[in-house]
Design a binder for this molecule. Structure first.
Ligand code: PEP
Ligand code: MG
Length: 862
């Protein structure tokens, strides 16, 4: 339908000028209206040929359902008569009018919809009618009278505005205002959409899908947004307005015969009921995909057999679908490999790594709905978004169960592990938002009954015919791939990676310059890391190897010993375990680089607390419990993270580091003997928490000495690198000197952020949220590198390091190594690799490719 758009610049103007408009706007809007009038032959406000318009929001990044729209604008007591006459259907005209009053009052006047729903409910009760469709024109007129009275009552006597011009200007303002409503703000925060972008407002001639049975309205995706399959996918409703489809109040019908069969629907598909219109829509599908070179999410209306396209935008999709679509678009020649790489948000890959239900596990089916967003999740049932947030705050898993979710529920959807609705289709807002968030979602599970007041979810079991009931707080499992809902916990399996995933990763690997390693200590983690494509280990935190039962006692014995001999005795017990650990890592990594960091525990992490723990150490070490308690007290630190840890331990107790270095080299030697034809392992030995050149030199001498001893005793000439973590500001300032003896640097950005900012890694969570919400920090600096501060120190260190040792190897191993923005920053510093947790390796590979392709913030598909 014809229309015009007020651009996003105007939205900024509106906010910069206290909700005002530039003086030139009035004449531009008048001209815009005149253009619509001349195309349609209708006139705005005219009682005989009334032009009605919709006033729609629309931003640069799609934010489904987060902002407001007003439909049927231009109706009043005289234009409604014109509409009735023109359409020959006064029931339709008054139905449109009452919808308009409700929507306008809600969006523009801020009067809650439930007041109107209650009035309608009273009328239906009095008439003994159930369906809205049963109300006649006269009935609607009576409803409208009550609606208007309600508006006047809620506005202290101010009547509902009947001047279409006033309606239009108020609606334009309200749509601009909806850019700043709380759910839009939350959505932007979750999706990194800048607030300054603003929304546009489109004023468009109304067309009607509710003028009879040759009318319809619907939504379609040019490909399946859940799986990415290349099939036309969508829903429509005969004789309805668009909001009926997206609001999920009526259950929509399939577009195609194939999906009707797949959904076990008995209602006719559009392909059957409106074959000609369906044919036109199918043709448009190809035209739009070719033009936009991406999957489109279309809204359409059929008015008296004529098809109108209301809007099209790039379709939201699951990560799995995004991969498949991108790879197939490349195969179809629509986009290049580079474009495919640029389009995928690295973070979204986590979704395709989601767990699925173990097919062998026992389960009790409660019911099923539509498979709206993949992944399986178990959790306690909650019936409100707030409860979901509360539970998540306590670290518990929640499944948010709603009859239908509305955009106001977004915070709860985010907090929940999964979402279940009993009404609404695959294109309802709930389904779209869940998919975007990567939350598993089952939508429109019509066989389930929700009773909010009793806090109960119930269904007649499809298997036994018995009524099953689950109460608030009890656990259910949802499977977003099959749409099924189960009582209790069903065990899950880790995902297998699709061939599309492998294809895209292959392209990423060819493009990227940064190498990607993993932070891993165990054989299992190292194996997972390799499966995800890690090219080595960037950080093996040796203290993590001692948390195991069976080792912790010897570790405590060692820490609590107050003589060198006591420590050596405990270390002798640890040495063989440590050696075996390294053998395992070297085996899994088979020639790939492995960086082993010597012990860096804040000691308190290992101190025994309970009486039984102390007794256990006493038994193992032969030291009295009283003595151990005294020693433990003596080791207590007020600020353990800034205390006796890192290389400070190595300096105080060199025997600890000697044992570890010996274990590393003995592992190398043992492998050299058992695999004489394999290349000798060249371990990278890393010293933590170095703050000065001298600390590093002392540690390096220690490593060299042990290496020399073992070379002599084994007859194998050991090769190795010794480098340091760069995780203290002072190390950054003295990096050039440290690099005289250090062969590599690895940025420990967790500690570097902590010490640069003076923010405790362990405690800052309690107020960082407030800082971010108030815009004092753009994001949590422990998640994404603070480039201005921490980043400046890193740059200084990189420059200093290269000055003394141009070929110095540099990487990052803090948590930021798996964060796409931080990875781009590391690429800009020219680091050699990033290292992150195994599950984030694919994210890092793609982010590194995007960094190499210099992907701008906007280019990514959102
Ligand atoms: C760091 O500080 O960034 C680091 C990787 O070490 P850890 O997290 O073990 O202190
Ligand atoms: Mg650290």
């Amino acid at each position: 339908p014809p229309g015009f758009t007020l651009s996003t610049e105007l939205c900024r103007w509106y906010y910069d000028h206290d909700h005002g408009f530039p003086s030139s706007l009035e004449s531009e809007v008048t001209a815009g209206l005149a253009a619509i009038e001349s195309t349609t032959g209708m006139k705005f406000g005219d009682p005989t040929k009334p032009l009605l318009v919709s006033v729609r929001s629309g931003a640069r990044a799609s934010m489904p359902g987060m902002m407001d729209t007003v439909l049927n604008l231009g109706l009043n007591d005289s234009t409604v008569a014109g509409l009735a006459k023109l359409s020959g259907d006064s029931r339709f005209a008054f139905d449109s009018y009452r919808r308009f009053i409700q929507m306008y009052s809600n969006v523009v006047l801020g009067i809650a919809s439930h007041y109107f729903e209650e009035i309608l409910g009273r009328h239906k009760d009095a008439l003994d009618l159930v369906q809205d469709t049963e109300l006649t024109a006269d009935h609607w007129q009576a409803v409208i009278r009550d609606y208007k009275q309600e508006v006047a009552h809620r506005q202290n006597g101010l009547p509902f505005p009947d001047d279409p011009k006033e309606q239009l200007w108020q609606a334009i303002g309200a749509v601009f205002k909806s850019w700043m409503n709380p759910r839009a703000i939350t959505y932007r925060r979750l999706n990194d959409i800048p607030a300054e972008w603003g929304t546009a407002v489109t004023v468009q001639a109304m067309v009607f899908g509710n003028m009879g049975n040759d009318c319809a309205t619907g939504v379609a995706f040019t490909r399946n947004p859940s799986t990415g399959e290349n099939d036309f996918y969508g829903e429509y409703l005969v004789n309805a307005q668009g909001e009926d489809v997206v609001a999920g109040i009526r259950t929509p019908q399939s577009l195609t015969i194939a999906s009707k069969i797949a959904n076990h629907s008995t209602l006719p598909s559009m392909e059957e009921s409106m074959p000609q219109v369906y044919g036109e829509l199918l043709a448009l599908r190809t035209v739009l995909e070719k033009h936009f070179r991406d999957v489109q999410d279309i809204e359409f209306t059929v008015q008296k057999g004529k098809l109108y396209l209301l809007q099209t935008r790039n379709g939201k999709r699951t990560a799995q679908a995004a991969l498949r679509i991108a790879v197939e678009f490349v195969a179809e020649g629509v986009i290049t490999q580079e474009e495919a790489l640029k389009r995928i948000d690295p973070r979204s890959l986590e979704q395709s790594l989601h767990p699925r239900l173990d097919p062998k596990a026992a389960r009790l089916l409660l019911g099923s709905g539509l498979p709206a967003s993949p992944g399986a999740a178990s959790g306690k049932i909650v019936f409100t978004a707030d409860e979901a947030e509360t539970l998540a705050g306590r670290g518990e898993d929640a499944i948010l169960v709603r009859i239908e979710t509305s955009p106001e529920d977004i915070h709860g959807m985010h907090a929940a592990r999964g979402i279940l609705t009993t009404r609404g289709g695959m294109t309802s807002h709930a389904a779209v938002v869940a998919r975007g968030m990567g939350r598993p979602c089952v939508a429109g599970a019509g066989s389930l009954r929700v009773d909010y007041s009793k806090g109960i979810l119930s269904a007649v079991s499809p298997e036994t015919g018995q009524t099953l009931t689950v109460k608030s707080g009890e656990v259910i499992t949802i499977d977003g791939m099959s749409g099924q809902v189960f009582i209790g916990t069903v065990p899950t399996l880790q995902p297998e990676l699709s061939s599309d995933f492998a294809t895209l990763m292959g392209w990423a690997d060819r493009v990227r310059k940064l190498r990607v390693r993993a932070n891993a200590e165990t054989r299992l983690d190292a194996t997972t890391a390799r499966r995800f494509g890690a090219e080595g280990i960037g950080l093996c935190r040796t203290e993590h190897m001692f948390f195991d039962e069976g080792r912790i006692v010897s570790m405590r014995e060692m820490i609590l010993a107050d003589t060198t001999d006591g420590r050596r005795a405990a270390l002798a017990k640890l040495l063989p375990m440590q050696r075996d650990d390294f053998v395992a890592l070297f085996e899994v990594m088979a020639g790939l680089p492995v960086t082993i960091r010597l012990l860096d525990p804040p000691l308190h992490e290992f101190l025994p607390h309970s009486a039984s723990e102390i007794a256990e150490v006493a038994r193992a070490s032969g030291i009295s419990e009283a003595e151990l308690r005294a020693r433990s007290n003596a080791l207590h630190e007020s600020n353990p993270m800034l205390g006796h840890r890192g290389c400070r331990l190595g300096i105080s107790y060199p025997e600890i580091y000697e044992m570890q270095v010996r274990a590393i080299f003995e592992a190398v030697i043992s492998l050299a003997r058992s695999h004489p034809n394999a290349d000798l392992v060249i371990p990278e030995i890393m010293i933590p928490l170095v703050g000065s050149k001298r600390e590093f030199e002392i540690m390096r001498e220690l490593v060299d000495r042990v290496a020399a001893e073992l070379t002599t005793s084994s007859g194998i000439v050991l090769r190795y690198l010794v480098g340091t973590m760069i995780e203290l500001p002072r190390a950054c300032l003295e990096a050039d000197k440290i690099a005289e003896t250090a062969e590599f640097f690895s940025f420990g950005t967790n500690d570097l952020t902590q010490t640069c900012y003076g923010l405790s890694r362990d405690d800052a969570g309690s107020f960082l949220g407030t800082y971010v919400a108030r815009g004092i920090l753009p994001h949590d600096p422990f998640v994404s590198i603070d480039q201005d501060g921490v980043g400046a120190l890193m740059r200084l260190a990189a420059t200093g390091g290269r000055r003394s040792r141009p070929e110095i190897k540099m990487g990052i191993c803090g948590e930021h190594g798996g964060d796409p923005e931080s990875i781009a920053f590391c690429a800009s510093l020219g680091l050699d690799y990033v290292s992150c947790s195994p599950y984030r390796v694919p994210i890092a590979r793609l982010a590194a490719a995007q960094a190499a392709l210099a992907v701008g913030f906007d280019e990514r598909d959102r």
